[in-house]
Write a protein that binds this ligand. Structure first.
Ligand SMILES: [Cu+2]
Length: 308
C-alpha cells in the first residue's frame, strides 16, 4: 500500500528503554548481545543463554544488572509511529504500518530476530478485554517500516505494544495507540478472577496463592495444564522458541510500556506445568495471557489477578 493512501499517524510515543524508568526515557541503555533484557536474576535457575525472562520497561532490576555488568556503551533511543487509514471500521482488514525511527525521526533499518520474529506486536483494547499477538513483516528497504494486515474486532480504544530489537542493541517496547470507530460492545459478564480456564481441549489452572501476590516480590506463577480427562498435558510444542509465553498487562489509563511485561515459561517446568518467575512492579489489577502450542494450534488462556 502506498504511503499516500494512509491517513495521519495516530500517536507517537517515545520508547522507554528497557530498564529505564518512565521518567528518564533518555537514559543510556546497555547493549549486551547475549543477555540484553534477559533478566537473569528473575530466573535464577536458568543458564545465561536460556531465554526464560521477564522484561518490563519499568524494571529497575535489569537496569541495576546492566550497571553492574558495566557494559553501558551503546545507546539507541527509538520510537514507533503507527500509520493507519483514517476510516477504519471493525471487522474489515486494514494495513497497519509501523515506522521505527530514532528520536530524530531517522529510520532504524536493521533489526535482529528474537523469539523467532523480528517484531512481536501485542494489541489490546484499553479495557484489556481484547488481546492479540501478531508478527508484522519487515520489508528491509531501509525505511524501518513494519507492516501487518489487521482486523480490529470492535470499535474502541486500542493500545499496541511493539516489541523489537534494533540490530546489536537491546530489545525494547514502544507503545502506540489508536481509536477505532464503531460500537464498543458492552461487557457480557463481569470480569472473573477465576484460577481455572477451560479451552477446547485444555484446562489451565493458575496455581498461585493469592496472598503471595504482592508487588515487587519474586513470585512463582505455576500453570497446570490438563486435558479433557484431567490428565497432565505432555504434548506441548515450543511456541516461538519457548515453552510458553506470558504477557502481563497492568490495568491502567493510559496504558504505557511500564504496564507491559512479557515473560517466558521456564524450561525446567514439571511435566504438565508451565512455571514463570514473576515480579509485579506495582500493586494493581493485572491481566495475564498465557500462550502455548498444542497440535499446531496456539492457545491463549487469560487470567485476572489482584496484586497488593
Ligand atoms: Cu510474538
Amino acid at each position: 500500500m502506498k504511503n499516500s493512501l494512509l491517513g495521519i499517524s495516530v500517536i507517537t510515543l517515545l520508547t522507554l528503554i528497557q530498564g529505564c524508568s518512565q521518567k528518564t526515557p533518555l537514559t543510556a541503555i546497555t547493549t549486551s548481545p547475549h543477555t540484553a533484557n534477559h533478566n537473569q536474576h528473575l530466573t535464577p535457575n536458568s543458564s545465561p543463554t536460556s531465554s526464560t525472562s521477564l522484561t518490563s520497561e519499568n524494571n529497575e532490576h535489569s537496569q541495576h544488572q546492566n550497571h553492574q555488568e558495566g557494559k553501558e556503551e551503546k545507546s539507541i533511543n527509538t520510537q514507533a509511529k503507527l500509520n493507519i487509514p483514517q476510516d477504519v471500521t471493525p471487522n474489515k482488514p486494514v494495513n497497519l504500518i509501523i515506522d521505527i525511527t530514532d528520536t530524530q525521526g531517522k529510520a532504524i533499518n536493521k533489526f535482529d530476530k528474537f523469539q523467532e520474529k523480528i517484531m512481536h506486536l501485542i494489541i489490546v483494547s484499553d479495557d484489556l478485554r481484547f488481546f492479540d499477538h501478531v508478527h508484522p513483516d519487515y520489508k528491509n528497504n531501509g525505511n524501518g517500516s513494519f507492516q501487518v494486515k489487521y482486523t480490529f474486532p470492535a470499535g474502541g480504544e486500542y493500545t499496541l505494544f511493539s516489541d523489537y530489537k534494533p540490530a546489536e542493541s537491546n530489545e525494547r517496547v514502544s507503545v502506540m495507540k489508536t481509536s477505532i470507530k464503531g460500537t464498543i460492545p458492552l461487557p457480557k459478564s463481569l470480569e472473573k478472577f477465576e484460577q481455572t480456564k477451560t479451552l477446547s481441549d485444555t484446562k489451565v489452572t493458575l496455581n498461585v496463592d493469592n496472598a503471595s501476590l504482592k508487588a515487587r516480590k519474586d513470585i512463582m506463577l505455576k500453570f497446570k495444564l490438563v486435558d479433557n480427562k484431567n490428565q497432565p498435558i505432555k504434548d506441548l510444542q515450543p511456541y516461538l522458541g519457548e515453552k510458553a509465553h506470558l504477557v502481563t498487562i497492568k490495568s491502567s489509563s493510559p496504558l504505557t510500556n511500564a504496564d507491559y511485561i512479557h515473560s517466558h515459561g521456564m524450561k525446567d517446568s514439571a511435566p504438565g506445568e508451565i512455571d514463570f518467575h514473576a515480579k509485579f512492579p506495582q500493586a494493581g489489577t493485572y491481566k495475564m495471557w498465557l500462550q502455548f502450542q498444542r497440535n499446531g494450534n496456539v492457545k491463549t488462556a487469560d487470567f485476572w489477578v489482584n496484586v497488593k
